[in-house]
Design a protein. Structure first.
Ligand code: BTN
Length: 321
């Protein structure tokens, strides 16, 4: 895998000879040379000097090998980066149905022809700027815990983005990632279940990263934002994906080890919705009240004017001023 060479070049951060890579990685000199070629074709800039060897001096902004070289271990199995897909959630669904694709596979695309948002909406997916990714998981969870996966993904993305230029991201229940009241990202979780077990879950994540404010379609310009629009800087998409995957893995393992308490507490700390008076549209039904808390399954607990507490599993929420 070229990611071994990449990891090696990154760790050394200086010229390394082909002979040394060949002996330390246990591959032939020809294999080293071929892998360097693959990395260069992917956009990595690798300088070669005849008496000194190879040195990595630049990386592309989105690369499967770059991501795989950073998320080592047992949790993340395979990373696929496509140039263009219909929707990464669709690719993930068909891969996990047609093949025995394992838990921990990640599908990323540079652009989506038919990116999907919640409630049947379109997810704007121009090329070269944003993150569109889907995580395939076969979690050992009951179907009623599916919402926990959205909670987990939104907490992981928030933590990752807070570490990216210090963005003050908050979560609007159930899955919107906001900065200054505007949407910087969203999550679309789709689950196939057996009666007592989730068979597989596809967690789709969209983050507006380097898109310029003026390049949002006019109809969403006032409600959408991007990491670049907020910080004035461009960020490597691979770098943000790596952070999201690491934050996700950490919390998933914690959830399995210690239960859902700490995850839900962290969600509460990041939430901008709790304590607010809100209106929630659930299809034709509209309810209003105070968003009091989320319960153990990630459902919103809404205190109605009558004083009764209503559990809401999904809907479109508007904060009332
Ligand atoms: C939302 O409406 O807030 C959810 C948006 C989810 C968008 C992501 S982009 C990657 C994945 N593929 C899709 O088609 N949708 C999700």
């Amino acid at each position: 895998m070229p990611e071994n060479i990449l990891r090696f070049l990154k760790e050394k951060d200086k010229f390394v000879s082909g002979a040394r890579m060949s002996s330390e990685l246990g591959i032939s000199r020809t294999a080293v040379w071929k892998k360097i070629g693959i990395l260069r074709r992917q956009g990595f800039i690798i300088k070669a000097v005849s008496s000194r060897g190879y040195k990595l001096i630049g990386s592309p902004d989105l690369s499967a090998d770059e991501i795989a070289s950073e998320v080592q271990g047992d949790f993340w199995k395979r990373i696929f980066v496509y140039e263009s897909v219909d929707s990464t959630n669709e690719v993930a669904a068909s891969l996990s149905i047609r093949h025995e694709i394992g838990s921990g596979t990640v599908i990323v695309a540079d652009t989506q022809e038919n990116g999907r948002g919640r409630l049947g909406r379109e997810w704007i997916s121009p090329p070269g700027v944003n993150i569109y990714m889907s995580i395939i998981l076969k979690p050992d969870l009951e179907p009623r815990d599916a919402t926990l996966l959205t909670v987990l993904a939104s907490v992981a993305c928030t933590a990752a983005l807070r570490n990216t230029g210090g963005l003050p991201v908050t979560i609007k229940w159930p899955n919107d990632l906001l900065v200054s009241g505007k949407k910087v990202g969203g999550i679309l979780t789709e689950v196939r279940s057996e009666p007592d077990k989730i068979r597989n879950a596809i967690i789709g994540i969209g983050i507006n990263v380097n898109i310029e404010k003026n390049n949002f379609p006019s109809e969403i310009r006032s409600v959408a934002t991007s990491v670049r629009a907020e910080t004035g800087e461009n960020f490597s998409r691979s770098g943000i994906i790596v952070r999201i995957l690491k934050e996700f893995e950490k919390r998933y393992k914690l959830l399995k080890r210690t239960g859902r308490g700490r995850l839900l507490d962290e969600w509460r700390r990041f939430a901008s919705t709790l304590g607010q008076n809100v209106r929630i549209a659930m299809g034709k039904e509209v309810v209003s009240g105070r968003a009091e808390d989320i319960d153990d399954e990630g459902m919103l607990l809404l205190r109605l004017r009558s004083g009764a507490l209503k559990k809401i599993s999904s809907g479109e929420i508007t904060v009332l001023r």
